[in-house]
Design a protein around this ligand. Structure first.
Ligand code: ATP
Ligand code: MG
Length: 381
């Protein structure tokens, strides 16, 4: 369903998924005076502990979905792997953004790449791998090194490995239990950037400043804004991201990740149909955060101002920095330019995103210096 009248504070919003993105959406919505009902199967989730109501059930549970639809004026998601059938069911009953159609174009890497290419946007050279014969077929021609990725359900570099030969691909494909995969040429990266944008029901697009990202072991480590990328690359990335948002008829906050190769090529890596980790800097450094913008788009409100207020460096806090005790929060907080965000997760595991911090300073160089020092001093013994 669509609505022409804005959904105003006092109304109830629903969210599918209770992770940190759902939590930060919930905080933004509650701050603006909305109630939030969340559907999430995990009893202890970052968003569940703050939502006005937590329906603890599977995303496919029809009773739970009926309850959510009945009580919510609009529903969104924090997670792209919600079955598209779930969103179609909800769409018939209430306002839902992003749409099941937009989500289904981004759930499978092969479908996503074909969609991006159909818009005339380049991606890293790739081949679908569905069986051993597919590997034989590309063995001679594929340019290694490459990265094999499971086509569905990957995040934070999970379900990925580097391959230097067709034999490596065979081994990795077998280890991945022969699920549908994509083999991507490994690009020599000059840098990685991402565009976080929000598109309204009438197709108006607002852009947060382009972010420059550093990944470690396939997981985002840091984001710096403004990016040091040449203005021309930044403009190209924005144009491509707009094309993708329009092509999906997307409503809400979304992100597109880009590779910039050492040859200067700009290749779309992937689409996130939701707020994105590389947009967490907006929480403290922009006039409007990516989560407030998600609320505004969902409710049919005018967009907030995306302008950058101050240069910023965001660093992710993974479970790795927890030792036998908590990291040294006192050190982090003794630096007045640091803004700490923890997600309320009980158990710290290596690679698990537990929180992040934003360092605000007059220049990105200064922000980076403080952020790196803070990060070094943080690790528990
Ligand atoms: P997320 O959804 O959390 O961003 P993901 O599991 O979908 O992660 P990708 O975005 O595919 O992972 O890859 C994670 C990172 O690994 C990239 O940001 C990049 O640093 C590196 N990487 C992935 N594919 C390639 C490639 N083809 N060439 C060079 N580097 C790559
Ligand atoms: Mg990615």
């Amino acid at each position: 369903m669509t609505t022409k009248t804005p959904i105003l504070p006092g109304a109830t919003l629903g969210i599918l998924g209770g992770g940190q993105l759902g939590r930060m959406f919930t905080t933004a919505a509650q701050t603006m005076g909305y109630k939030v009902i969340m559907l999430e199967p995990d009893v202890n989730s970052p968003a569940g502990i703050i939502a006005d109501q937590h329906i603890c059930a599977k995303y496919t549970d029809e009773t739970a979905l009926a309850q959510l639809a009945e009580h919510c004026d609009a529903i969104t998601t924090e997670f792209e792997n919600i079955p598209a059938t779930v969103l179609s069911y909800l769409e018939a009953k209430t306002v839902v953004h992003p749409s099941s159609k937009a989500l289904s174009s981004t759930q499978n890497r092969l479908v996503e790449k074909a969609f991006i290419e159909s818009l005339g946007i380049n991606v890293a050279p790739y081949a679908p791998i569905r069986n051993m014969a597919d590997i034989d077929a590309i063995a001679e021609s594929f340019q290694f090194p490459a990265i094999i990725k499971a086509a569905s359900f990957g995040y934070d570099g999970k379900g990925q490995s580097v391959c230097n030969s067709a034999d490596d691909v065979r081994t990795a494909f077998t280890a991945l239990k022969k699920v549908e995969c994509v083999l991507e040429q490994r690009i020599n990266l000059e840098r990685e950037i991402s565009t976080v944008l929000a598109r309204s029901q009438s197709g108006e697009i607002t852009h947060f400043p382009v972010a420059e990202n550093v990944h470690v072991n396939g997981i985002l480590h840091s984001t710096t804004v403004p990016s040091s990328a040449p203005e021309q690359q930044i403009q190209r990335a924005i144009e491509m991201a707009d094309k993708i948002a329009d092509g999906l008829a997307y409503v809400g906050t979304m992100a597109v990740e880009f590779f910039i190769s050492t040859e200067g090529d700009i290749l779309a890596n992937e689409i996130a149909p939701r707020p994105h980790n590389s947009g967490h800097f907006t929480l403290d450094a922009c006039q409007t955060s990516q989560f407030e913008q998600q609320v505004r788009m969902l409710c049919g409100l005018p967009s907030g101002n995306c302008e950058l207020v101050t240069p910023v460096v965001m660093i992710n806090l993974l479970g790795d920095i927890w030792g036998n005790s908590q990291p040294h929060w006192d050190t982090l907080l003794s630096q007045p330019q640091n803004k700490l965000h923890l997600y309320g997760k009980k158990e710290a595991r290596p690679g698990r995103k537990m929180g992040h911090f934003n360092t605000l300073a007059a220049t990105t160089e200064q922000a980076n210096e403080i952020a790196q020092q803070t990060f070094k001093d943080l690790k528990a013994n």
